[in-house]
Every structure is written in structure tokens, then in C-alpha cells.
Design a protein around this ligand. Structure first.
Ligand SMILES: [Zn+2]
Length: 236
């Protein structure tokens, strides 16, 4: 298992490796753009080469890119979905360039609207973003379900994966704090095993083979260290 942390890429992504090493991290997670602004970052060839050299020389074995929280692929407003798509494409292309393990995305919110059409809208935007990028996997994160957020259950995550075309590049990121808040009791080994079994069952229901990924980068810096697990890479 890799134990990691969310770190800042200020000064270039190679700096994020440095910050991860300072924290004793085996994996790091970054935002690839300012989390409060829409302007996507495109890393230069030099920044990419510096990052790859720094990572190869370090103890850090995996990079996750967290798409910024502004995104809502399920928005009812076309302009908002367009901006979300452009930002998500930039994140996935940054993931392609940097060799990221995955981009992590909160799948959006239906706000006060109906859930089924919101899942359909989100799926379409996600599929288009995958089509405009080459390789980097995209992991949809489970949410706590507040404010109409999508992905509050494994079935809803499976519906989102299917709505996005069930690409082999799609997987799931389990946030342990959100899981607990949505009523999944993961406080004991047995509880966690049973929750992971339901996750696998939802994965089998979906047509996406990578859907049952079962590691948990807890995403928020508020919650500290996160864990992209080596086990997940083996299970792919
Ligand atoms: Zn997150």
C-alpha cells in the first residue's frame, strides 16, 4: 500500500515531488490548476521532463491529479458543462503527460433537479473528455450526497460509469470519509470488507471492468494523508 498526501505543485509539478518527499509520502496528489479559477494549466515539455526525473529519483511511486472542485459535469447550464469539459480535458492531458495513476473527479451535482437526467448529462461530458485525451484513467469519487451530489452509493457510481460509456479508463475512488457520511460503516475490518464487497458487486453490475477498484485516496487536505494502494494497481 502506498501512503500519500495532497501537496502543492506551485513552482511546477517537480516541486510537488519534493514536497511529497518532505512528508515521507510514497504517493502524491495535486490539483493541476488553481482550485478557485477556471484557467487550465498546460505543463511545458521542460516541466514534464523535470517532473519525471524528480519522480524517478524519489521514493514517490504514484501521482494522482484531483480535478478542481468547481467542476460540475451534471450542471443544467450548457456553458457550465462546457467549462467543466475543457477543464477535465486539461486535467486528463496533464495526467497523460505526467504519467499519472489517475485523475480523480467528483461526479457533479443534480442540485435541486432530478438525478437520472443529471447522471446522463455528467456521463456525456465525462465521455467527451475521455475521447479528447489519450490514456490517463479517470476515477469517479464517491460523495457524501449533500446538496444533490452524484455518487453517493455504489449503484449510482455504476450508473455514472455506464452513462460515461463504461470505458476501460474509468474507475472509482473511494473516499473513506464520504463513505462513512453516506452510512457505510467502515470502522471495523468486517465492516470494511462488507462495504468493499458491495462495491465489487456494483462493479460487476456495471459493464466497466475497472469499476471495482477498491483503494481509497481520501481526498481532502483537511483529512490529511491519502492512500492510492499498490493493491489496486495489481488488481487492474
Ligand atoms: Zn475528492
Amino acid at each position: 500500500m502506498l501512503i500519500g498526501a495532497h501537496v502543492s505543485p506551485a513552482g511546477g509539478p517537480a516541486k510537488a515531488i519534493e514536497r511529497g518527499v518532505e512528508k515521507g509520502a510514497d504517493a502524491i496528489q495535486i490539483f493541476n490548476q488553481n482550485p478557485r479559477a477556471w484557467k487550465p494549466t498546460v505543463y511545458s515539455d521542460e516541466q514534464v521532463a523535470d517532473f519525471r526525473a524528480a519522480m524517478a529519483a524519489s521514493r514517490v511511486d504514484a501521482l494522482l491529479i484531483h480535478a478542481v472542485y468547481l467542476l460540475n459535469p451534471a450542471s443544467e447550464e450548457k456553458e457550465f458543462r462546457d467549462k467543466t469539459r475543457a477543464s477535465l480535458i486539461a486535467s486528463l492531458r496533464a495526467g497523460d503527460a505526467l504519467g499519472a495513476h489517475a485523475v480523480v473527479l467528483h461526479p457533479g451535482s443534480a442540485k435541486a433537479g432530478k438525478v437520472a437526467p443529471a447522471i446522463k448529462r455528467a456521463g456525456k461530458v465525462i465521455k467527451q473528455a475521455l475521447d479528447e485525451s489519450e490514456r490517463c484513467p479517470l476515477h469517479l469519487e464517491n460523495t457524501a450526497g449533500a446538496g444533490g451530489t452524484l455518487g453517493r452509493s455504489f449503484d449510482e457510481l455504476a450508473d455514472l460509469v455506464d452513462a460515461a460509456g463504461a470505458s476501460k479508463r474509468l474507475g472509482v475512488c473511494l473516499d473513506s470519509c464520504h463513505l462513512f457520511a453516506s452510512g457505510y460503516d467502515i470502522r471495523t475490518e468486517e465492516g470494511l470488507a462488507s462495504v468493499l464487497a458491495s462495491s465489487a458487486a456494483a462493479g460487476a453490475r456495471s459493464s466497466s471492468p475497472s469499476h471495482a477498484s477498491s483503494a481509497c485516496p481520501a481526498c481532502s487536505r483537511r483529512r490529511g494523508p491519502s492512500t492510492p494502494a499498490r493493491a489496486r494497481r495489481r488488481s487492474r
